[in-house]
Design a protein around this ligand. Structure first.
Ligand code: HEM
Length: 188
């Protein structure tokens, strides 16, 4: 088994006093909540020991290779790259997610088939021009969530983002999610 270099992990930290993003709301969609926090900071991978004190919660994830995306889909993603940090994208959403043991006991092709029937990637494609995003993997770190998902967009596109969430949460794939928390943010 490949060891995961802890220096490659990104940290999402909920803090009561300071942070680059201000929390507007923390809503539990399914499963156990996370503590409420007023601010969120993202600490990118560093070789130094990050100095973090007095946080409300901290979740870790790492960037990884694609698992389910086919060539045709990858070409679309590559021609519409998701770039974070656009200064006009002052709204954000952080959604940690855990999938059920049933999901993880399926084979790779069975999981891809569910994502395909759910049209996750196709639905997402409709939003590529307005929502920038990054997926972090956590399961292999032994974290409580399997994935950390991060989205940035202009405030005027908040309702489009809501439509995206509604569409995905109505899919077969989402039946395999047993913990999901939605943290809405604005640039502090
Ligand atoms: C702009 C809209 C979106 C696009 C284009 C998109 C695209 C994708 C793609 C291509 C993958 C497959 C990655 C792979 O091959 O391993 C993926 C996975 C994933 N996406 Fe999305 N997505 C979007 C929105 C969302 C939203 C709103 C959520 C959460 C509410 C979400 C949660 C996830 C999760 C958890 C995975 C990992 C699934 C797994 O490996 O089991 N995505 N997404």
């Amino acid at each position: 088994m490949t060891a995961i270099n802890q220096n490659k992990t990104t940290l999402f930290v909920g803090d009561a006093n300071v942070g680059e993003w201000k929390v507007i709301s923390t809503q539990t969609i399914v499963g156990e909540a996370i503590p409420n926090s007023l601010y969120l900071t993202i600490i990118k991978p560093t070789n130094e020991q990050p100095q973090i004190e007095n946080f409300d919660w901290m979740l870790k994830g790492f960037n990884s290779n694609l698992r389910y995306t086919n060539r045709e889909e990858k070409n679309i993603l590559d021609t519409n790259p998701s770039v974070l940090g656009n200064p006009d994208h002052t709204s954000a959403c952080f959604i940690p997610i855990k999938k059920t043991e049933t999901w993880w006991n399926l084979t790779q092709d069975e999981r891809r088939a569910i994502m395909e029937r759910s049209r996750h990637i196709d639905i997402g494609f409709d939003y590529l021009s307005v929502i920038n995003r990054q997926l972090f993997h956590s399961r292999d770190l032994g974290e409580t969530f399997d994935f950390l998902t991060w989205f940035e967009f202009k405030p005027e596109h908040a309702s489009k983002f809501n439509d995206l969430l509604t569409a995905l949460r109505n899919t077969e794939e989402w039946k395999y999610i047993d913990r999901e928390v939605e943290v809405r943010l604005v640039k502090a």
